[in-house]
Design a protein around this ligand. Structure first.
Ligand code: NI
Length: 151
């Protein structure tokens, strides 16, 4: 178990377009395990590999319904619109309203290299979209309205 340091806004890695994972090897498994430890330690609901300094297309999400790991995730369908408040572990103490698709279908590979697909709405759909944005160098503050500083 290891907890990574979470990069904060201003770090150039957060603005890079992350590279696809060509092959799932022990380093990717270790990355997934350590990302989960890091997300839980920080009490987040999602984490993308660039946030821990690894510019690869890997995300994890856990909104309290179990951990979902996706390698090379791709949103293949979006439906509806929904606006809600978001935050990000890389932008501490800031919240803002972001409009996103209400429902998404996302596919990717699990740690066994099998293709998996999730049909998500509400908070889970929002978390997937937020994390996939990280892989393209996009942060929620780029899209947010009514940004507020908390604490
Ligand atoms: Ni984030």
């Amino acid at each position: 178990m290891a907890i990574y340091r979470i990069l904060e806004i201003g770090d150039p890695v957060l603005r890079e377009k992350a590279r696809p994972v060509p092959k799932i090897n022990p380093n990717i498994i270790k990355l997934l395990d350590n990302m989960a430890d890091t997300m839980r330690d920080a009490q987040g609901v999602g984490l993308a590999a660039p946030q821990v300094g690894v510019s690869k297309r890997v995300i994890i999400v856990d909104i309290g319904e179990g951990l979902i790991e996706l390698i090379n995730p791709e949103i293949v369908r979006k439906e509806g619109l929904d606006t809600d408040v978001e935050g990000c572990l890389s932008i501490p103490s800031v919240r803002g309203e972001v409009q996103r698709a209400r429902r998404v279908v996302i596919k990717g590979l699990n740690r066994e290299g099998r293709e998996v697909q999730y049909d998500a709405e509400g908070l889970l759909a929002r978390a997937f979209q937020h994390e996939v944005d990280h892989l393209d160098g996009i942060l929620f503050v780029d899209k947010a309205r009514n940004l507020t500083k908390i604490k």
